[in-house]
Ligand binder design. Structure first.
Ligand code: HEC
Ligand code: HEC
Length: 298
Protein backbone atom coordinates (compact mmCIF):
# COMPACT_ATOMS: atom_id res chain seq x y z
CA UNK A 1 0.00 0.00 0.00
CA UNK A 2 1.57 3.23 -1.12
CA UNK A 3 0.60 5.94 1.37
CA UNK A 4 0.56 9.42 -0.06
CA UNK A 5 0.58 8.20 -3.63
CA UNK A 6 -0.64 10.70 -6.16
CA UNK A 7 -2.65 9.99 -9.25
CA UNK A 8 -0.51 10.94 -12.25
CA UNK A 9 -3.47 12.21 -14.33
CA UNK A 10 -5.33 14.46 -11.83
CA UNK A 11 -2.45 15.00 -9.42
CA UNK A 12 -4.72 14.13 -6.49
CA UNK A 13 -3.99 11.79 -3.59
CA UNK A 14 -5.37 8.31 -3.78
CA UNK A 15 -6.84 6.49 -0.83
CA UNK A 16 -4.58 3.58 -1.49
CA UNK A 17 -7.50 1.28 -2.28
CA UNK A 18 -7.09 -0.57 -5.52
CA UNK A 19 -9.39 -2.87 -7.50
CA UNK A 20 -8.01 -4.60 -10.55
CA UNK A 21 -5.62 -1.74 -11.17
CA UNK A 22 -8.22 0.97 -10.69
CA UNK A 23 -7.36 3.30 -7.81
CA UNK A 24 -9.71 5.41 -5.76
CA UNK A 25 -9.07 9.16 -5.60
CA UNK A 26 -9.17 10.71 -2.14
CA UNK A 27 -11.90 13.24 -3.10
CA UNK A 28 -14.00 15.08 -0.52
CA UNK A 29 -17.64 14.11 -0.15
CA UNK A 30 -19.55 16.38 -2.59
CA UNK A 31 -20.97 19.43 -0.81
CA UNK A 32 -24.55 18.70 -1.73
CA UNK A 33 -24.34 15.20 -0.27
CA UNK A 34 -22.55 16.47 2.83
CA UNK A 35 -25.18 19.11 3.55
CA UNK A 36 -27.99 16.73 2.81
CA UNK A 37 -26.60 14.25 5.34
CA UNK A 38 -26.11 17.03 7.84
CA UNK A 39 -29.66 18.25 7.34
CA UNK A 40 -31.16 14.79 7.83
CA UNK A 41 -29.12 14.25 11.01
CA UNK A 42 -30.22 17.61 12.39
CA UNK A 43 -33.79 16.87 11.39
CA UNK A 44 -33.81 13.54 13.20
CA UNK A 45 -32.39 15.11 16.36
CA UNK A 46 -35.05 17.83 16.34
CA UNK A 47 -37.69 15.18 15.57
CA UNK A 48 -36.58 12.98 18.48
CA UNK A 49 -36.87 15.93 20.81
CA UNK A 50 -40.29 17.06 19.60
CA UNK A 51 -42.09 13.83 18.74
CA UNK A 52 -42.61 10.45 20.44
CA UNK A 53 -39.53 8.49 19.37
CA UNK A 54 -37.39 6.17 21.48
CA UNK A 55 -38.72 3.09 23.24
CA UNK A 56 -37.64 2.92 26.91
CA UNK A 57 -38.73 -0.50 28.07
CA UNK A 58 -42.39 -0.16 29.06
CA UNK A 59 -42.63 3.51 28.09
CA UNK A 60 -41.10 5.77 25.43
CA UNK A 61 -39.82 9.31 24.99
CA UNK A 62 -43.01 11.33 24.58
CA UNK A 63 -41.56 14.38 22.78
CA UNK A 64 -42.09 18.05 23.66
CA UNK A 65 -45.10 18.55 21.35
CA UNK A 66 -47.16 15.97 23.22
CA UNK A 67 -48.47 14.41 20.00
CA UNK A 68 -50.08 11.03 20.55
CA UNK A 69 -51.65 9.08 17.69
CA UNK A 70 -53.89 7.20 20.04
CA UNK A 71 -55.30 10.49 21.32
CA UNK A 72 -55.67 11.74 17.76
CA UNK A 73 -57.72 8.69 16.85
CA UNK A 74 -59.80 8.95 20.02
CA UNK A 75 -60.51 12.57 19.24
CA UNK A 76 -61.54 11.74 15.68
CA UNK A 77 -63.86 9.01 16.98
CA UNK A 78 -65.35 11.42 19.51
CA UNK A 79 -65.95 14.01 16.81
CA UNK A 80 -67.59 11.42 14.56
CA UNK A 81 -69.80 10.29 17.45
CA UNK A 82 -70.77 13.89 18.18
CA UNK A 83 -71.66 14.41 14.52
CA UNK A 84 -73.63 11.16 14.49
CA UNK A 85 -75.40 12.16 17.70
CA UNK A 86 -76.61 15.33 15.99
CA UNK A 87 -78.44 13.49 13.20
CA UNK A 88 -79.37 10.46 15.36
CA UNK A 89 -81.26 12.81 17.68
CA UNK A 90 -83.03 14.36 14.71
CA UNK A 91 -84.08 11.01 13.29
CA UNK A 92 -85.29 9.81 16.69
CA UNK A 93 -87.14 13.06 17.39
CA UNK A 94 -88.82 13.83 14.05
CA UNK A 95 -91.73 11.93 12.62
CA UNK A 96 -91.49 10.13 9.27
CA UNK A 97 -93.02 12.91 7.19
CA UNK A 98 -90.61 15.48 8.63
CA UNK A 99 -87.55 13.29 8.09
CA UNK A 100 -88.44 12.73 4.45
CA UNK A 101 -88.54 16.51 3.91
CA UNK A 102 -84.94 16.90 5.09
CA UNK A 103 -82.45 16.04 2.31
CA UNK A 104 -79.47 15.84 4.68
CA UNK A 105 -81.29 13.29 6.88
CA UNK A 106 -82.51 11.36 3.84
CA UNK A 107 -78.90 11.04 2.68
CA UNK A 108 -78.09 9.32 5.97
CA UNK A 109 -81.25 7.22 5.77
CA UNK A 110 -80.23 5.97 2.31
CA UNK A 111 -76.65 5.22 3.34
CA UNK A 112 -77.38 3.45 6.62
CA UNK A 113 -80.59 1.94 5.24
CA UNK A 114 -78.73 0.24 2.45
CA UNK A 115 -76.18 -1.24 4.88
CA UNK A 116 -78.83 -2.33 7.38
CA UNK A 117 -80.87 -3.90 4.60
CA UNK A 118 -77.87 -5.78 3.23
CA UNK A 119 -76.94 -7.07 6.70
CA UNK A 120 -80.40 -8.08 7.91
CA UNK A 121 -82.98 -8.34 5.17
CA UNK A 122 -81.26 -9.26 1.91
CA UNK A 123 -81.00 -12.98 2.87
CA UNK A 124 -84.75 -13.29 2.49
CA UNK A 125 -85.89 -10.32 0.42
CA UNK A 126 -82.89 -10.30 -1.96
CA UNK A 127 -80.13 -7.71 -2.30
CA UNK A 128 -82.33 -5.80 -4.76
CA UNK A 129 -85.34 -6.18 -2.37
CA UNK A 130 -87.28 -7.81 -5.20
CA UNK A 131 -87.91 -10.96 -3.17
CA UNK A 132 -88.21 -14.53 -4.42
CA UNK A 133 -91.04 -17.09 -4.26
CA UNK A 134 -92.27 -17.08 -0.65
CA UNK A 135 -90.52 -13.81 0.20
CA UNK A 136 -92.41 -10.76 -1.01
CA UNK A 137 -90.82 -8.05 -3.09
CA UNK A 138 -90.38 -4.85 -1.12
CA UNK A 139 -89.39 -2.97 -4.24
CA UNK A 140 -92.87 -2.55 -5.68
CA UNK A 141 -95.73 -0.60 -4.21
CA UNK A 142 -97.88 -3.65 -3.55
CA UNK A 143 -98.22 -4.55 0.10
CA UNK A 144 -99.64 -7.20 2.37
CA UNK A 145 -99.92 -4.87 5.33
CA UNK A 146 -99.57 -1.46 3.75
CA UNK A 147 -96.60 0.59 2.71
CA UNK A 148 -96.44 3.79 4.66
CA UNK A 149 -93.37 4.05 6.90
CA UNK A 150 -95.37 3.81 10.15
CA UNK A 151 -96.91 0.49 9.08
CA UNK A 152 -93.59 -0.89 7.83
CA UNK A 153 -91.90 0.16 11.08
CA UNK A 154 -94.58 -1.71 13.03
CA UNK A 155 -94.19 -4.79 10.77
CA UNK A 156 -90.47 -4.69 11.55
CA UNK A 157 -91.05 -4.32 15.27
CA UNK A 158 -93.45 -7.23 15.73
CA UNK A 159 -92.94 -9.37 12.61
CA UNK A 160 -95.58 -11.46 10.84
CA UNK A 161 -96.62 -14.79 12.35
CA UNK A 162 -93.50 -14.38 14.47
CA UNK A 163 -92.65 -15.26 18.06
CA UNK A 164 -93.35 -11.69 19.21
CA UNK A 165 -96.30 -11.54 21.65
CA UNK A 166 -97.94 -8.78 19.57
CA UNK A 167 -97.07 -10.29 16.19
CA UNK A 168 -99.12 -9.52 13.10
CA UNK A 169 -101.10 -12.63 12.37
CA UNK A 170 -101.97 -13.75 8.85
CA UNK A 171 -103.27 -17.04 7.66
CA UNK A 172 -104.55 -18.13 4.34
CA UNK A 173 -106.86 -21.08 5.14
CA UNK A 174 -106.27 -24.52 3.59
CA UNK A 175 -109.49 -24.73 1.57
CA UNK A 176 -108.65 -28.01 -0.17
CA UNK A 177 -106.97 -29.92 2.62
CA UNK A 178 -109.65 -28.92 5.13
CA UNK A 179 -112.39 -30.12 2.78
CA UNK A 180 -114.03 -26.71 2.20
CA UNK A 181 -113.52 -26.77 -1.59
CA UNK A 182 -112.94 -29.65 -3.98
CA UNK A 183 -110.42 -29.69 -6.82
CA UNK A 184 -112.81 -28.56 -9.61
CA UNK A 185 -113.97 -25.63 -7.46
CA UNK A 186 -110.37 -24.60 -6.76
CA UNK A 187 -109.58 -24.92 -10.45
CA UNK A 188 -112.49 -22.59 -11.29
CA UNK A 189 -111.33 -20.02 -8.74
CA UNK A 190 -107.81 -20.17 -10.18
CA UNK A 191 -109.25 -19.55 -13.66
CA UNK A 192 -111.21 -16.59 -12.33
CA UNK A 193 -108.14 -15.05 -10.65
CA UNK A 194 -105.88 -15.59 -13.67
CA UNK A 195 -108.50 -14.22 -16.03
CA UNK A 196 -108.89 -11.02 -14.03
CA UNK A 197 -105.46 -10.32 -12.58
CA UNK A 198 -103.15 -7.82 -14.28
CA UNK A 199 -100.19 -8.93 -16.29
CA UNK A 200 -101.01 -12.62 -16.87
CA UNK A 201 -100.56 -13.21 -20.59
CA UNK A 202 -100.14 -16.99 -20.75
CA UNK A 203 -103.76 -17.80 -19.89
CA UNK A 204 -103.94 -20.95 -22.00
CA UNK A 205 -107.35 -22.32 -23.01
CA UNK A 206 -109.93 -20.65 -20.81
CA UNK A 207 -113.09 -22.31 -19.72
CA UNK A 208 -115.45 -19.33 -19.39
CA UNK A 209 -117.96 -21.36 -17.46
CA UNK A 210 -115.21 -22.10 -14.94
CA UNK A 211 -114.36 -18.40 -14.73
CA UNK A 212 -117.99 -17.52 -14.01
CA UNK A 213 -118.33 -20.26 -11.45
CA UNK A 214 -115.01 -19.16 -9.98
CA UNK A 215 -116.28 -15.60 -9.57
CA UNK A 216 -119.22 -16.92 -7.60
CA UNK A 217 -117.03 -19.19 -5.43
CA UNK A 218 -114.61 -16.31 -4.88
CA UNK A 219 -117.39 -14.06 -3.60
CA UNK A 220 -118.52 -16.77 -1.22
CA UNK A 221 -115.17 -17.98 0.07
CA UNK A 222 -112.47 -15.43 -0.51
CA UNK A 223 -114.01 -11.95 -0.58
CA UNK A 224 -114.24 -11.77 3.21
CA UNK A 225 -110.45 -11.43 3.38
CA UNK A 226 -109.31 -10.52 -0.12
CA UNK A 227 -112.15 -8.04 -0.75
CA UNK A 228 -115.11 -8.19 -3.13
CA UNK A 229 -112.91 -7.07 -6.01
CA UNK A 230 -110.01 -9.28 -4.88
CA UNK A 231 -107.92 -6.18 -4.19
CA UNK A 232 -106.75 -7.40 -0.79
CA UNK A 233 -107.14 -6.09 2.73
CA UNK A 234 -104.11 -4.62 4.48
CA UNK A 235 -105.89 -4.82 7.82
CA UNK A 236 -105.57 -8.63 7.61
CA UNK A 237 -102.37 -8.91 5.61
CA UNK A 238 -104.44 -10.41 2.77
CA UNK A 239 -102.73 -9.64 -0.54
CA UNK A 240 -104.24 -8.03 -3.60
CA UNK A 241 -104.90 -10.95 -5.98
CA UNK A 242 -105.60 -8.75 -8.99
CA UNK A 243 -102.31 -6.89 -9.24
CA UNK A 244 -99.12 -8.02 -10.89
CA UNK A 245 -97.23 -8.73 -7.69
CA UNK A 246 -97.19 -12.19 -6.09
CA UNK A 247 -95.62 -13.53 -2.93
CA UNK A 248 -95.25 -16.89 -4.68
CA UNK A 249 -96.31 -16.89 -8.31
CA UNK A 250 -99.31 -16.48 -10.58
CA UNK A 251 -98.99 -19.82 -12.37
CA UNK A 252 -101.86 -22.32 -12.05
CA UNK A 253 -99.90 -24.81 -9.96
CA UNK A 254 -98.76 -22.23 -7.36
CA UNK A 255 -102.22 -20.71 -7.02
CA UNK A 256 -103.90 -24.11 -6.72
CA UNK A 257 -101.37 -25.21 -4.13
CA UNK A 258 -101.88 -22.04 -2.01
CA UNK A 259 -105.65 -22.48 -2.07
CA UNK A 260 -105.39 -26.23 -1.39
CA UNK A 261 -102.95 -26.16 1.50
CA UNK A 262 -103.17 -22.56 2.74
CA UNK A 263 -100.24 -20.36 3.58
CA UNK A 264 -98.70 -18.69 6.57
CA UNK A 265 -95.54 -16.82 5.74
CA UNK A 266 -93.21 -15.84 8.53
CA UNK A 267 -91.37 -12.60 8.88
CA UNK A 268 -89.12 -12.41 11.95
CA UNK A 269 -89.59 -9.58 14.43
CA UNK A 270 -86.76 -7.12 14.98
CA UNK A 271 -87.68 -5.39 18.21
CA UNK A 272 -84.80 -6.92 20.15
CA UNK A 273 -82.39 -7.29 17.28
CA UNK A 274 -82.44 -3.80 15.78
CA UNK A 275 -82.46 -0.51 17.66
CA UNK A 276 -85.56 1.64 17.21
CA UNK A 277 -83.64 4.17 15.13
CA UNK A 278 -82.40 1.42 12.80
CA UNK A 279 -85.94 0.15 12.32
CA UNK A 280 -87.06 3.71 11.65
CA UNK A 281 -84.31 4.16 9.06
CA UNK A 282 -85.19 0.83 7.43
CA UNK A 283 -88.89 1.67 7.32
CA UNK A 284 -88.17 4.87 5.39
CA UNK A 285 -85.56 3.14 3.23
CA UNK A 286 -87.94 0.32 2.28
CA UNK A 287 -90.84 2.67 1.58
CA UNK A 288 -88.64 4.79 -0.61
CA UNK A 289 -87.28 1.93 -2.70
CA UNK A 290 -90.86 0.79 -3.21
CA UNK A 291 -91.21 4.03 -5.13
CA UNK A 292 -93.95 5.33 -2.92
CA UNK A 293 -94.45 9.05 -2.77
CA UNK A 294 -93.55 10.07 0.73
CA UNK A 295 -96.73 11.26 2.27
CA UNK A 296 -97.77 12.05 5.78
CA UNK A 297 -99.04 9.17 7.85
CA UNK A 298 -102.73 8.61 7.82
C1 HEC B 1 -86.20 -15.06 7.43
C2 HEC B 1 -86.60 -14.35 6.25
C3 HEC B 1 -86.86 -12.85 6.38
C4 HEC B 1 -86.02 -11.87 6.81
C5 HEC B 1 -84.60 -12.03 7.35
C6 HEC B 1 -86.72 -10.63 6.64
N1 HEC B 1 -87.97 -10.86 6.15
FE1 HEC B 1 -89.36 -9.45 5.75
N2 HEC B 1 -90.68 -10.91 5.28
C7 HEC B 1 -90.41 -12.25 5.18
C8 HEC B 1 -91.60 -12.98 4.74
C9 HEC B 1 -91.70 -14.47 4.49
C10 HEC B 1 -92.60 -12.01 4.60
C11 HEC B 1 -94.02 -12.26 4.16
C12 HEC B 1 -94.84 -12.78 5.28
C13 HEC B 1 -96.19 -13.24 4.80
O1 HEC B 1 -96.25 -13.88 3.74
O2 HEC B 1 -97.18 -12.96 5.49
C14 HEC B 1 -91.99 -10.73 4.93
C15 HEC B 1 -92.67 -9.52 4.92
C16 HEC B 1 -92.08 -8.29 5.11
C17 HEC B 1 -92.78 -7.02 5.06
C18 HEC B 1 -94.26 -6.84 4.83
C19 HEC B 1 -94.46 -6.52 3.41
C20 HEC B 1 -95.88 -6.13 3.09
O3 HEC B 1 -96.20 -6.27 1.92
O4 HEC B 1 -96.61 -5.65 3.96
C21 HEC B 1 -91.83 -6.04 5.23
C22 HEC B 1 -92.07 -4.55 5.23
C23 HEC B 1 -90.57 -6.70 5.43
N3 HEC B 1 -90.75 -8.06 5.35
C24 HEC B 1 -89.39 -6.04 5.62
C25 HEC B 1 -88.22 -6.66 6.04
C26 HEC B 1 -87.05 -5.96 6.44
C27 HEC B 1 -86.85 -4.45 6.39
C28 HEC B 1 -86.15 -6.90 6.85
C29 HEC B 1 -84.78 -6.68 7.45
C30 HEC B 1 -84.76 -6.04 8.73
C31 HEC B 1 -86.78 -8.20 6.66
N4 HEC B 1 -88.03 -8.01 6.17
C32 HEC B 1 -86.17 -9.40 6.94
C33 HEC B 1 -89.21 -12.85 5.46
C34 HEC B 1 -88.09 -12.21 5.97
C1 HEC C 1 -109.17 -15.71 6.51
C2 HEC C 1 -108.77 -14.81 5.47
C3 HEC C 1 -108.56 -15.38 4.09
C4 HEC C 1 -109.47 -16.04 3.29
C5 HEC C 1 -110.92 -16.41 3.62
C6 HEC C 1 -108.78 -16.30 2.06
N1 HEC C 1 -107.50 -15.85 2.10
FE1 HEC C 1 -106.12 -16.00 0.64
N2 HEC C 1 -104.76 -15.17 1.87
C7 HEC C 1 -105.00 -14.70 3.13
C8 HEC C 1 -103.79 -14.21 3.71
C9 HEC C 1 -103.62 -13.59 5.08
C10 HEC C 1 -102.77 -14.43 2.74
C11 HEC C 1 -101.29 -14.11 2.87
C12 HEC C 1 -100.65 -15.30 3.54
C13 HEC C 1 -99.18 -15.14 3.72
O1 HEC C 1 -98.55 -14.59 2.82
O2 HEC C 1 -98.71 -15.56 4.74
C14 HEC C 1 -103.44 -15.03 1.59
C15 HEC C 1 -102.77 -15.39 0.43
C16 HEC C 1 -103.40 -15.85 -0.69
C17 HEC C 1 -102.75 -16.14 -1.93
C18 HEC C 1 -101.25 -15.98 -2.23
C19 HEC C 1 -101.03 -14.70 -2.98
C20 HEC C 1 -99.61 -14.47 -3.40
O3 HEC C 1 -99.29 -13.30 -3.62
O4 HEC C 1 -98.82 -15.42 -3.53
C21 HEC C 1 -103.71 -16.56 -2.79
C22 HEC C 1 -103.52 -16.98 -4.24
C23 HEC C 1 -104.94 -16.56 -2.08
N3 HEC C 1 -104.74 -16.11 -0.80
C24 HEC C 1 -106.14 -16.91 -2.62
C25 HEC C 1 -107.31 -17.05 -1.90
C26 HEC C 1 -108.52 -17.61 -2.43
C27 HEC C 1 -108.71 -18.04 -3.85
C28 HEC C 1 -109.40 -17.63 -1.42
C29 HEC C 1 -110.82 -18.18 -1.42
C30 HEC C 1 -110.92 -19.54 -1.80
C31 HEC C 1 -108.74 -17.07 -0.24
N4 HEC C 1 -107.49 -16.74 -0.57
C32 HEC C 1 -109.37 -16.93 0.98
C33 HEC C 1 -106.20 -14.68 3.79
C34 HEC C 1 -107.36 -15.27 3.34
Amino acid sequence: MAVGERDPVTGKHTTGHEWNGIKELDNRVPRAVFFFLLATILFSIVYWVLMPAWPLGVTYTKGLLGIDQRQTVEKAVEEAAAQRAAWTDEIVRLDFAEITKRPELMRIVRESGSTLFGDNCAVCHGTDAKGSPGFPSLADDSWLWGGNPEIVAETLRIGINSTHPETRFAQMPAFGRDGILDRPAISSIVSFIRNNAEGIDDLGPLDMKGVEEGAQLFAENCAACHGAEGRGDPAMGAPDLMDNSWVISSDRASLSRTIWQGRQGQMPHWEERLAEIDRKILAIYVTEIAGRKMEAAQ
